[in-house]
Design a protein around this ligand. Structure first.
Ligand SMILES: *Cc1c(COP(=O)(O)O)cnc(C)c1O
Length: 396
């Protein structure tokens, strides 16, 4: 039985969503999410995943996951604080801390719930959070949950950050002030100016929080955007996910021993949600080890990304301001971006449209995520399709 009020709500809102062109049909991948995928029996070159290093299907990670399941079972059994902390969880956290250059780290079940838990464990009513206007949804939700005053800062605008930091500090109205930013912005691929952020933060005594979901495994020889700027000593929260370049699932904060001790006693998803499966913890640990011992994975990612970006530009596409493997092909018109993506998929390239409200109106785009597992053949095939479809639609 569905209550009348719910039925009415769903009916009206689903129609409204569809009318606005915001209804998203979800494709089902038949088999693994690799550099090529099967959808409805068709093989497509996959440029839509965040599997930067190809680790989601790496044989050594699969082996680590299977062995952990055999040793520990498939579930951790409880929340971390009660009876769900296994030695493999601590081993993973110690590895993350070593990789990030911090005293300690805490692992969560996802990057999303890590942001929900970690921000609100520290920031409270009476505090203020300065937040880049293009920050990820999980940062926005985490900030809201905290009860702190949220002040939007213009995207990557250091003058605006400094002016607002000054105003907020001088007002004397707030107990503490945080600046929070993505390390790499997922829709444009631009990189946070960590060095400038640190100097502003020092001047105004700001707490610093960098969400490096798209920088980890990509920047700083894999160790992330903060490491890229050699600022490990100066950023309070190095947050990241185990689900993108790391290839598995989970989230973490790396930071000082005291901060991690506090988060382990206060972050609600840590206290009230069952811990990462032992298999995921073991696979993530193996992933970091692979990255540390084999720099060629990250090198291959950049080599592929630079090749693919250069060729797309040479064909005549506008690829925006990306400084990372994230490669938007900016189309502008939302409907055209949707049509373009459909035509690409029809021709064999799986790359998704990103449109308003995820990105500003009039900047509709196709986002490409070249990764270390793509072969030159796959990329060349995809580029030929890009050239053909783009000409047919009058985009290039
Ligand atoms: C993907 C992403 C997250 C969420 O990470 P999950 O592990 O997938 O929950 C958080 N922040 C940013 C910036 C992201 O891109």
């Amino acid at each position: 039985m569905v209550a009348d009020s719910l039925a009415r709500f769903l009916e009206e809102n689903l129609i409204a969503l569809n009318d606005k062109g915001l209804f998203n049909t979800i494709d089902v991948i038949e088999g693994a999410n690799g550099p090529e995928i099967m959808i409805e029996g068709r093989k497509l070159i996959n440029f839509a995943s965040n599997n930067y290093l190809g680790f989601a299907t790496h044989p050594e990670l699969i082996k680590a996951e299977i062995e952990a399941a055999e040793t520990y079972g498939v579930g951790a059994g409880a929340v971390r604080t009660i009876n769900g902390t296994l030695d493999i969880h601590r081993a993973l956290e110690q590895k993350i801390a070593e990789f990030k250059g911090t005293e300690d780290a805490i692992a969560f079940q996802s990057g999303f719930n890590c942001n929900m838990g970690a921000i609100s464990a520290v920031m409270k009513k009476g505090d203020a959070i300065l937040s880049d206007e293009l920050n990820h949804a999980s940062i926005i939700d985490g900030c809201r949950l905290s009860g702190a005053k949220i002040i939007r800062v213009k995207h990557q605008d250091m003058a605006d950050l400094e002016a607002k930091a000054k105003e907020v500090t001088e007002s004397g109205e707030y107990n503490k002030v945080m600046y929070i930013t993505d390390g790499v912005f997922s829709m444009d691929g631009d990189v946070a100016k960590i060095d400038e952020i640190v100097s502003i933060a020092k001047k105004y005594n700001l707490i610093t929080y960098v969400d490096d979901a798209h920088g980890s495994g990509v920047m700083g020889a894999g160790a992330g955007t903060v490491k890229h700027f050699h600022m490990q000593e100066h950023i309070d929260f190095q947050m990241g996910t185990l689900s993108k370049a790391i290839g598995v699932v989970g989230g973490y904060v790396a930071g000082s021993k005291q901060l991690i001790t506090w988060l382990k006693s206060q972050a609600r998803p840590f206290l009230f949600s069952t811990s990462l499966t032992p298999g995921a913890a073991a696979a993530a640990l193996k992933s970091i080890e692979l990255m540390q011992n084999n720099p060629e994975y990250v090198e291959k990612l950049w080599e592929n990304a630079n090749y693919f970006k250069g060729k797309l530009q040479a064909i005549g596409y506008d690829i925006g301001v990306s400084e990372t493997p994230i490669t938007p092909v900016i189309i502008g018109d939302e409907a055209l971006a949707q049509t373009f993506s459909k035509a690409l998929i029809e021709a064999g390239v799986y790359a998704k449209p990103i449109v308003y409200p995820t990105v500003p109106l009039g900047t509709g785009r196709i986002r490409n995520m070249p990764n270390a597992a793509h072969t030159k053949e796959m990329m060349d095939h995809a580029l030929a399709i890009y050239a053909k479809v783009g000409k047919e639609l009058g985009i290039i």
